[in-house]
Design a protein around this ligand. Structure first.
Ligand SMILES: *Cc1c(COP(=O)(O)O)cnc(C)c1O
Ligand SMILES: [Zn+2]
Length: 398
């Protein structure tokens, strides 16, 4: 495999054993594997990073497992961090900035995870990849698989958005639409992996089955810190489903600290919908693991994850960073998306607006200082679910 010099292999977050880069889950205990590096081997300074053009997340190559040369990439990442002054005034903090991940090749931050996961698949000489997804990850996987000449098998729930389904087809993916929700799509994916997948050597790019999606998404934190001229934001509010990006960004912030590039960590906040808030419930109860939600019901498909397997890790990140968790109802989430679009021009997806409405609620509860700098993650463009936002207006007679 074409790995970077400091990359040591994959560490199990449960038993601590280290494995070769071609593994998925821990062969010893089934735990999640996390790429490990020898940070003493990494010689990065602020000046050195700043000289690199801000045009792809692969500019942080030393902190990624695979070389930029070997990457299956469409120059994803390097997204703008947009100042939102009106929002800052309304929320009552010093600065609010929106990290606009809608400007990725397939319109969501899932591209960051898929570029690294698909590079691993290509290095592994995989002929096929497979995953279940609420929608955006499936669309991104089909796109990157096409680019890598790998066949993709994408399992989506029937409630996935039209754009996601259409684009899986357009990218040439093999799509299975499963009646029901993400758990049903996950079960169909699991069955297929055990049958065709076993025979045909499908390589999984599923959330936290591949060790490489959180590794790609972590680059969002590097960029935010650099875009703020190395001033670590006080809080990052993240619309949380499986928590891939949240644990990734917390890891990245710790890496910058270890390398001496920064001196503190941003407080990480998980934002969910009250219709499906297992992480928020567990955080508030002070427990180390979530209880699965039996009847999830939210319009925010990207974060309708009733049984997030990585919840112990997510909760640890929230507590270690002295952040928190917040849930708001769909009604408020949609209102927030509309308020941001109206007042700031930025098009937040319905799911993503959980970060905006969560930040509003946290601010009302006095969580932020009046001079705080808050970053909201706009994880996908609202082009993907503009119908949802429009019909919310119709519901109000507009
Ligand atoms: C997948 C997704 C999320 C949740 O991401 P995780 O890292 O799995 O928590 C949030 N927003 C959108 C738009 C998504 O597609
Ligand atoms: Zn293990």
């Amino acid at each position: 495999m074409d790995t970077t010099p400091a990359f040591l292999g994959l560490d199990c977050i449960d038993c601590g054993e280290r494995f070769d880069p071609d593994h998925h889950r821990c062969p010893a205990c089934g735990g999640i594997l996390d790429p490990a590096y020898d940070y003493d081997e990494i010689d990065l300074t602020r000046e050195n990073i700043e000289t690199r053009p801000f045009e792809t997340m692969w500019r942080y190559e030393e902190l990624l497992p695979f070389t930029r040369e070997s990457a299956i990439t469409m120059d994803e990442g390097a997204t703008p961090l947009v100042e939102c002054e009106k929002l800052a005034d309304e929320i009552g903090v010093g600065r609010v900035l929106i990290k606009d991940e809608g400007r990725n090749p397939t319109g969501s931050f899932k591209d960051r995870g898929q570029t690294v996961a698909m590079t691993a698949a290509a290095q592994h000489d995989a002929s096929d990849i497979a995953l279940a997804s609420a929608g955006n990850a499936g669309q991104a996987a089909a796109a990157y698989a096409g680019r890598a000449d790998i066949d993709s098998h994408v399992f989506l729930p029937s409630r996935a958005g039209f754009t996601n389904k259409a684009m899986v087809n357009v990218h040439g993916g093999d799509m299975t639409v499963v009646g029901g929700r993400i758990g049903d799509a996950g079960a169909a994916y699991g069955d297929a992996m055990d049958e065709e997948g076993e025979d045909e050597g499908w390589y999984s790019v599923q959330t936290f089955v591949t060790p490489y999606r959180h590794e790609g998404k972590k680059t969002m934190a590097y960029e935010i810190i650099e875009q703020l001229e190395w001033d670590v934001p006080d809080a990052i509010v993240y619309p949380t489903g499986g928590g891939v990006g949240l644990v990734g960004m917390h890891k990245a912030a710790k890496e910058f600290e270890k390398l001496g590039l920064t001196e503190e960590l941003p407080a990480m906040y998980a934002a969910q919908s009250t219709g499906c808030a297992p992480v928020v419930d567990a955080f508030e109860k002070g427990v180390d693991r979530h209880e699965p939600v039996t009847h999830p019901d939210t319009i925010c498909g990207g974060i309708e994850i009733p049984d997030p397997g990585a919840s112990p890790w997510i909760l640890e990140c929230l507590r270690e960073s002295e952040g928190g968790a917040v849930a708001t109802p769909d009604e408020e989430i949609l209102e927030s998306a509309i308020a941001v679009a109206k007042g700031e021009g930025l098009e937040m997806g319905a799911t993503c607006a959980a970060a905006a409405s969560g930040a509003w609620k946290l601010a009302d509860e006095g969580e932020f200082d009046s001079d705080a700098t808050i970053v909201l993650m706009n994880t996908a463009t609202s082009n993907k679910d503009s119908d949802v936002l429009r019909s919310h207006l119709m519901g109000k007679g507009i």
